[in-house]
Write a protein that binds this ligand. Structure first.
Ligand code: SF4
Ligand code: MSK
Length: 631
């Protein structure tokens, strides 16, 4: 099998980190590697999920000698309560992000800072929700849709709207199992209430509420976040871009955007394209302004503007350690508070922008839709002014970078499939070609690889190994979040990566003109994957749980990931985890998350901390689904 021209190995990525660690020593800065050492070994009670501090009689920790907390809660109750609180926290993070975006849509106007960019998507959503569109101004429609979207959070009666996008079988199941969510805030509050001292101690009841809460995220908050972001900033299209630390430029003003909410980063991208500001940067001796992204903000702007990506979660300190960053602007989620002290070792300005993510030692500029462009321009000017403060003795930018093709929301996937089948008009707009390829065995199935990287394992290694082995075995990958960025850094989003694939997948990549790993966006965009799986299942004439498609989070770390994993399982899709959820202290919880949910939703977790074993489990799982379908 021909090797791809150019892949960046994990060893090369680690060598860049080691070189930057020398700079950290030079400026006496600590990094996450030091803090991992200081935190090791981790608290066993926390790891196993059997420490409860839900009331001040505790904390209570479960041991063989003390099998119950003071109130009598056992290991199963405590682990279950901790676990579903994690689901509630993750749901809150994604959904509150969506709420902010809905407010931006509500304030959008033709002559304001934010406009409606995808009118067709707005009209489609308005029609889905019964909002009149005929003869109305698009902004009036947008504002009414925003209001209805905001009602999804706290409506007093009724139930959530987007779950009715699922397959008929799923909808029926969510009703019969009584896990159709009522409203996002209601499910989060119910979870917090159920887990308050003196309430639920039944692990199964808690797991069921966790599933319902997670559906209010995946088929609620996250789906709203994705839809409204597309309406405001445009549905992503295919771009060729670059990723890894080498996208920082030695002779330009480097402005890094980091976090998740695109309202801030979109405005910074616009501001930095301003001719006057570019001229101002030149007047200060720089060749221009280089905006690059980190974490999911990077995914958002890469697939809407082709903006280059500096790296994923555990690379956030490396970016500062290059000594070449004039300003890092962050919004919400996955931001190390450690960036405040680290940036102080350099000339880098660290700007926080949201009341949700206040960090001591940062410069706080509360970002508001009404003044967004003005604020973004002010920050860009400040970054330019900071260019002259660089210290060349602290500067080293690893040259490593890769070309990546990004931006495959469902609309683009359908468009690419249509291009292949344009001679058969009757099949356009459907997933039929991909289904035919799976039925014929050219493709064995698909895996959604998502999630963070995590120092509990060798960072990025599991992603790399699993992705490599899956594509060798003719399994197509869709990726989001920091997993997608690992693929970017490695070069696996390059169309040339088809040379690493098995014959079947390589033929598909050539025919459809895609890389073997499709970048679908940020972690909030896993909702796109739910719609993709639903579309495939519908066109196949089966339920989502039957198709040879699974999810995998090899290196997950955040509470959002736990909520995501639960809504994927609720959708009937198995999830393969490379990091153990913190419930090991309860045999009942281990059974519930791996097998118990299977009796409710038809899917569960498969956990294996060895990436090579995990990928074998995935392939076995896909083959079992194929066999059950008789293919
Ligand atoms: Fe202990 Fe029960 Fe209070 Fe938890 S709720 S801290 S187990 S007494
Ligand atoms: S940024 S949640 S580290 S994917 Fe979405 Fe990456 Fe995980 Fe944050």
């Amino acid at each position: 099998m021909a090797e791809p021209l150019n892949i960046t190995t994990i060893e090369q990525m680690e060598a860049d980190t080691a070189r930057l660690k020398e700079t950290a020593c030079q400026v006496c800065a600590e990094t996450w590697e030091d803090r991992v050492k200081a935190q090791t070994p981790h608290c066993k009670f926390g790891e196993d999920g059997v420490c409860c501090k839900n009331c001040s009689m505790g904390p209570c920790r479960i041991t063989p000698k003390a099998p119950r907390g003071i109130c009598g809660a056992d290991a199963h109750a405590i682990a279950a309560r901790n676990y579903v609180r994690t689901v509630a926290a993750g749901t809150s993070a994604h959904s509150d992000h969506a709420r902010e975006i809905l407010h931006v849509l509500h304030s959008a106007s033709r002559d304001g800072n934010y406009q409606i960019r995808d009118e067709l998507k707005l009209i489609r959503l308005a029609e889905e929700w019964g909002v009149p569109t005929e003869g109305r101004d698009i902004y009036d429609i947008g504002h009414e849709v925003a209001e209805l979207g905001l009602e999804e959070f706290g409506k007093a009666f009724g139930e959530m709207r987007f779950p009715s996008r699922a397959t008929e079988e799923r909808q029926k199941l969510w009703r019969s199992e009584d896990i159709w969510p009522r409203a996002i805030d209601r499910e989060v509050v119910t979870t917090m209430h159920m887990t308050h001292m003196g309430n639920s101690a039944d692990a199964e009841a808690l797991i069921r509420q966790g599933l319902r809460t997670s559906i209010s995220n995946g088929w609620g908050g996250s789906m709203l976040g994705t839809e409204i972001t597309d309406i405001l900033f445009g549905t992503p299209t295919v771009w060729t871009t670059e990723g890894n630390l080498g996208v920082l430029e030695a002779d330009m003003v480097n402005l890094v955007v980091h976090g998740h909410d695109p309202a801030f980063s979109e405005m910074l991208v616009t501001a930095c394209e301003d001719r006057e500001l570019v001229e101002y940067a030149r007047s200060k001796g720089a060749k221009g302004i280089n905006v690059v992204g980190l974490c999911c903000t990077a995914n958002e702007i890469a697939m809407r503007h082709g903006v280059r990506m500096a790296g994923n979660f555990l690379q956030q300190e490396n970016v500062v350690l290059t000594g070449a960053v004039e300003m890092m602007c962050v919004d919400v989620q996955c931001i190390f508070p450690a960036l405040a002290s680290l940036t102080q070792c350099f000339h880098t300005k660290f700007v926080t922008s949201s009341p949700i993510a206040r960090i001591p030692g940062s410069q706080y500029v509360e970002f508001k839709p009404e003044t967004a462009l003005e604020q973004a321009k002010m920050l860009a000017r400040e970054a330019i002014d900071n260019y002259e403060n660089r210290d060349a003795s602290k500067m080293y930018i690893p040259p490593t970078k890769q070309t990546a093709t990004v931006g495959y929301p469902t609309e683009q996937i359908i468009k690419h499939l249509d291009n292949v089948t344009n001679s058969h008009v009757e099949v356009t707009g459907s997933y039929r070609p991909v289904i035919d390829a799976v039925k014929a065995g050219v493709l064995r199935g698909a895996v959604a690889i998502v999630g963070c990287n995590n120092p509990r394992v060798r960072p990025d290694f599991s992603h790399f190994e699993i992705m490599k082995e899956l594509i060798e075995n003719d399994i197509l990958i869709v990726a989001t979040g920091c997993a997608a960025q690992m693929a970017t850094k490695a070069g696996l989003l390059n169309k040339d990566a088809k040379n690493m694939c098995g014959d079947g997948l390589r033929r598909v990549c050539e025919l459809v003109d895609i890389p073997p790993i499709l970048h679908m966006g940020a972690c909030v965009d896993i909702s796109r994957m739910m719609l993709l799986a639903t579309g495939i299942a519908r066109d196949w004439g089966v339920d989502t749980t039957q198709i040879p498609v699974v999810g995998c989070a090899p290196e997950w770390m955040s509470e959002k990931a736990v909520s995501i994993a639960n809504y994927v399982v609720s959708t009937g899709i198995d999830v393969y985890l490379g990091i153990e959820p913190q419930v090991k202290g309860s045999s009942q919880m281990m059974e519930l998350i791996t097998d118990g949910t299977r009796k409710i939703t038809g899917a569960g977790f498969i956990i294996n901390t060895d990436p090579h074993q995990l990928v074998k489990n995935i392939i076995d799982g896909i083959e079992a689904k194929r066999a059950a379908l008789g293919i």
